[in-house]
Design a protein around this ligand. Structure first.
Ligand code: GTP
Ligand code: MG
Ligand code: ZN
Ligand code: ZN
Length: 494
């Protein structure tokens, strides 16, 4: 094992650059070979010396001659070999350092570029985050876990099979190659894109799946057309779940998110790739749906890694889980809607989520403080409730009181006041402490009582616009249907 083998912590199935492998073994072999030749020559002359020694006067003279020859070959040869080897070693070391310096600089430029453009990859399956995924050689299938400038090449490397692979983002690393998650082997798309990751949190039946369904459909079918953006499927699996999602949207139903595999990974993502002239590189959007049961009880589900790198968070509150709201409005609900009201207590769900925040999400408190959080009161289509929350209520409030000039700030105020007046001041405080960058919204994902036809969402895009704008300045230029102030203006006035 050479020194470089020992230094190489992540051996790659590729040929090392000459100066980090063959160069030094060539030097070693050259020294060894010339030494041996020289030694043999000297020994040959010594042999001739002893042969000649017994042959009278001339023999002795010859013997002296051969002895001189043997000694001079040995001494001069050794010195010459030593000097030449030293020069060879110095040149080789200098070249090695030059290559080392150059690849370190290119490595750093590549890293800075990725960081500045916020490019990384996430696995929609196990939620692992990685700067660069594992790339698979298109010719032989060998896996390159660290396709970056290094001992294997600065801009390119040669796979053991002879295929040349590019090693920096700017010269096209990964273009046309299959990328896989280093942890679980899931085939990744959008590995040259900037991700936007948004998990949706809420108790069972609070309306998470309905919200995501409404968002994905409206974003892909309406908003992106209006903005001139292109949507590409993430992979065939996500494409087929999008077809199911479209059906659910058109029929106005949602199915309960699977809890069978809670002990394993319990969040599925709606993922797609977003392209447009303002997006360079393209974006890969992941919105994570999770079974509400993850936030109730004490089930020890696997850590949901997506929270560690998420760009925003949606917390959904089902207003009918609040006892006073239930008492005031439940009699106006259809039987179908009543039967769907979650049994879980909102306070318990939020408390559980906040208490288990670290265990469940791996998020430290200091990281949570930086995550923009949209708190959404769902199902505001219910009779009576739509007059208190939602666009009409906002309009009325703005007409009545000239202090309210921004509709999103007014909605934020109305929602906070609604929760406060219904005994949820504690929840407001908890959210404020854990996620200080927050905004409140009212929404009806289905737009009407459940199972009565196609979704007609109200207020779904506003929170997502706010989160996207926070996560990615490029979306601000074009996705500006609503105007958001830096901080909700009337939040302290309730
Ligand atoms: N009226 C009305 N009902 C809704 C709305 N959104 C969701 N629901 C109903 O609430 C129930 C639960 O909705 P889901 O979206 O499946 O809730 P979830 O949070 O994904 O629930 P889990 O997957 O169990 O965690 C369903 O019966 C929906 O029809 C809405 O905007 N209006
Ligand atoms: Mg669900
Ligand atoms: Zn994975
Ligand atoms: Zn190969």
């Amino acid at each position: 094992m050479s020194l470089f083998d020992k230094l190489d912590k992540n051996p790659q199935p590729a040929k090392r650059s000459y100066y980090f492998g063959e160069g030094f073994s060539d030097l070693k072999n050259t020294i060894k070979g010339t030494w041996q030749d020289n030694y043999l020559k000297a020994t040959e002359f010594f042999g001739k010396c002893s042969e000649s020694f017994g042959g009278g006067f001339f023999g002795k003279l010859g013997a002296f001659f051969w002895l001189g020859a043997a000694i001079s070959v040995f001494v001069v040869g050794s010195i010459t070999i030593a000097v030449i080897s030293l020069v060879h070693a110095i040149v080789l070391t200098i070249m090695m350092f030059c290559v080392y310096v150059v690849f370190s600089i290119v490595w750093l430029i590549d890293l800075i570029y990725l960081r500045r453009k916020s490019i990384f990859s996430t696995c929609p399956d196990c939620k692992e985050k990685m700067l660069i995924p594992t790339y698979v050689c298109p010719k032989c299938g060998r896996e390159h876990t660290l396709l970056r400038p290094g001992m294997y090449g600065i801009f390119k490397r040669e796979c053991e099979c002879g295929e040349k692979l590019k090693t920096t983002f700017l010269n096209g690393r990964g273009v046309g190659l299959n990328a896989i998650c280093p942890k679980c082997g899931y085939v990744l798309s959008g590995h040259r894109s900037r991700p936007i990751c948004i998990p949706v949190v809420g108790g069972p039946s609070s309306g998470k799946t309905a919200f995501i369904t409404a968002f994905a459909y409206d974003f892909r079918e309406t908003l992106s057309n209006r903005k001139g953006w292109d949507i590409k499927e993430y992979n065939s699996e996500k494409e087929s779940s999008y077809q199911d999602l479209k059906q659910a949207y058109n029929r106005g139903i949602t199915t309960k998110t699977n809890v069978a595999s809670l002990s394993e990974v319990s969040a599925v993502s709606v993922s797609f790739i977003l392209e447009g002239k303002e997006f360079n590189p393209s974006r890969v959007v992941h919105v994570y749906d999770i079974a509400g049961e993850s936030f109730t009880g004490t089930s020890d589900s696997e850590i949901q890694r997506q929270y560690e790198y998420c760009h925003g968070l949606v917390i959904i509150l089902d207003p009918f889980t609040i006892p006073s709201v239930y008492n005031d409005y439940a009699d106006k609900l259809s039987d179908a809607d009543v039967s769907m009201i979650s049994q879980a207590d909102t306070i318990e769900v939020i408390n559980n989520f906040m208490n288990k925040l670290h265990d469940l999400t791996g998020l430290r408190d200091t990281d949570a403080q930086k995550v923009p959080t949209a708190v959404i009161i769902s199902k505001t289509d219910a009779e009576g409730l739509k007059d208190v929350l939602g666009p009409d209520a906002v309009r009325i409030m703005m007409n009545r009181d000239p202090k309210f000039t921004n509709d999103m700030d007014t909605e934020d105020y109305i929602c906070r006041k609604f929760l406060h007046d219904n005994g949820m001041a504690n929840i407001l405080n908890i959210i404020e402490t854990k996620f200080p960058i927050n905004r409140y919204f009212a929404c009806s994902a289905i737009g009407h009582s459940s199972s009565t036809g196609q979704f007609t969402p109200i207020g779904v895009m506003d929170p997502m616009q706010w989160l996207f704008n926070q996560a990615d300045p490029a979306t601000k230029k074009n996705w500006n249907d609503k105007t958001f102030t830096k901080k909700p203006e009337y939040k302290d006035k309730i």
